[in-house]
Ligand binder design. Structure first.
Ligand code: SF4
Ligand code: SF4
Length: 491
């Protein structure tokens, strides 16, 4: 974090003038409107003049790591399956070697609750650092799509001139090249996105050779690519300032000790431009150069205080630090701080609100760990089969049909056997025995249980199975048989 510099003497003598290019964009309106809107309601396009300071470098390193993670997760195999995949066709989810089924609803619930309370904890403790450092919107815009644009069109000044200028042959070539490259990137991203649900194996060996047989997959790739191009090519900062609900949620999660990016009013004010700093003028450290505003991807003027449009990129911090260095002043006129610190207090990292979130987080993730560690070698579910609830046999016995679903949760094949424990006199006919189930696969076995009529009380009788496997799995399952009421009842 930048060091505080509240005691900096207020000097009148300028040292270094900021480059004139800093002042060419009037991106922050004087009206209290959204920064991305002109006073007449038209879209104001942002051309952030980024300074590659220390926070920008941390963000770039993190962005590259996140790109690599996005590509690697559905690609790298762990235990024979992708590191992460929600396989829609087989309704299985692979996570780092573990396979989960829709029936793992407790695990899914613990995971979902863990994610929600973690978001709450991060938001209340670190403010909008998620948005500035890890949100795909910021990461892909600032470190993939915008760099491609800068490579082809030049820096922000050139981009603005190109956009404002008439359509020429050169402009047409540059814009066409940019959109072709962006489209290629969007297609790669959307195909990778689809691999999270279909898997690269299926995409390469089934979808690619016969794409017309996979119209749904093509539609998803087209739709996601179009959304990516719309968002990163045009909508951009408006996604954060207009569409995204997280900014509004952040207002609820924040308190006076939440970390935020802020301008040091005591040190910076009164703001006086370099040209106006003459002897006798009382001036703070802010020279009104607007480098902070011009660096901001949402056009926010952070000097006006905390605003929902600020997405915590710290680009203004890097820009102002560069200006301060040029002025021979300490960095940190804009810095990470908190409302408490701004008012001269001491920030409390731990307070009841985020401790409560931390407690809930601990409960959620511990529950998930316990559920995962105690997850058995197999899942057994029994559901009623056949169209009739029961059948009276000529022998006087009662037959019930069931479907026994066995899921092998081990990374090796298991051979299951099923036997009836009770009631006395019950017999079981299975469609297959033993039941051989491959790793991470399910098998459905049809079963007919025949029991004496005398075991029924009020038309019901409990049946107990024992399912065992050659890998040490054993589970007793109870199922309620249906039958006739009374000793002489029939169907
Ligand atoms: S806060 Fe820093 S970057 Fe922003 S106008 Fe003042 S001196 Fe310039
Ligand atoms: S005000 Fe600063 S931290 Fe906030 S979005 Fe703009 S550049 Fe990023």
């Amino acid at each position: 974090m930048p060091s505080a510099a509240n005691e900096t003497p207020r000097a009148a003598a300028p040292v270094v003038s900021p480059p004139p290019a800093e002042r060419i964009f009037d991106v922050a309106p004087e009206e209290d409107l959204l920064y991305s809107l002109s006073a007449d309601g038209k879209r104001k396009f942002m051309y952030p003049l980024v300074r590659k300071g220390r926070y920008w470098q941390i963000r770039r390193a993190l962005a590259y790591a996140l790109f690599a993670l996005f590509v690697a997760l559905p690609l790298i195999p762990v235990g024979g399956n992708p590191a992460f995949q929600i396989d829609l066709l087989t309704r299985r989810t692979h996570v780092f070697g573990g396979t989960f089924y829709p029936s793992d609803n407790l695990i899914l619930a613990a995971f979902g609750f863990g994610v929600i309370v973690t978001v709450f904890f991060v938001g209340s403790t670190f403010g909008r650092m998620w948005c500035g450092y890890a949100c795909p919107q910021t990461v892909y815009l600032e470190f993939l799509f915008r760099p491609i644009e800068t490579f082809l069109e030049g820096g922000p000044h050139k981009q603005k001139r190109l956009n404002d200028g008439p359509m020429t042959q050169k402009k047409l070539v540059i814009k066409t090249a940019k959109w072709i490259i962006w489209t290629a990137v969007a297609l790669l991203m959307s195909t990778t996105f689809l691999a999270y649900f279909l898997g690269w194996d299926r995409l390469v060996h089934e979808v690619a050779p016969d794409p017309l047989a996979w119209k749904g997959a093509l539609f998803v790739i087209g739709l996601v690519s179009a959304a990516i191009l719309f968002d990163f090519g045009w909508f951009r900062d408006q996604m954060c300032t207009i569409a995204c609900p997280y900014g509004r949620l952040q207002n609820v999660l924040s308190d006076r000790d939440t970390i935020l990016v802020a301008y040091d009013v005591k040190r910076g004010d009164p703001k006086v431009k370099l040209k106006d700093r003459v002897a006798g003028v009382i001036a703070g450290d802010c020279i009104e150069c607007r480098a902070c505003v011009n660096a901001c991807p949402t056009g926010t003027d952070i000097k006006r205080g905390l605003q929902p449009e600020c997405i915590g990129t710290a680009q203004c911090v890097d820009a102002c630090d560069e200006v301060m260095r040029g002025q021979g002043k300490p960095i940190g006129l804009i810095k990470y701080t908190s409302e408490t610190e701004q008012q001269g207090g001491v920030r409390h990292t731990w307070r009841p609100r985020n401790l409560a979130y931390l407690g809930l987080m601990t409960i959620a993730w511990t529950t998930l760990a316990v559920l995962l560690l105690t997850r058995g070698a197999a899942l057994v579910e029994v559901v009623r089969g056949g169209r009739e609830p029961y059948r009276m046999l000529p022998t006087g016995e009662v037959a019930n049909q069931q479907r026994i679903k066995i899921t092998n949760q081990l990374p090796e094949t298991q051979r299951f056997t099923i036997e009836v424990l009770s009631p006395v006199g019950a017999t079981l006919v299975l469609s297959e025995s033993p039941v051989v189930v491959d790793p991470d696969h399910q098998s459905n076995v049809n079963a007919v249980a025949t029991v004496p009529r005398s075991v029924f009380v009020d038309g019901q009788a409990p049946l107990r199975y024992r399912v065992t496997s050659d890998k040490g799995f054993a589970k007793d399952v109870e199922f309620l048989l249906l039958g006739p009421y009374g000793s002489g009842g029939g169907q």
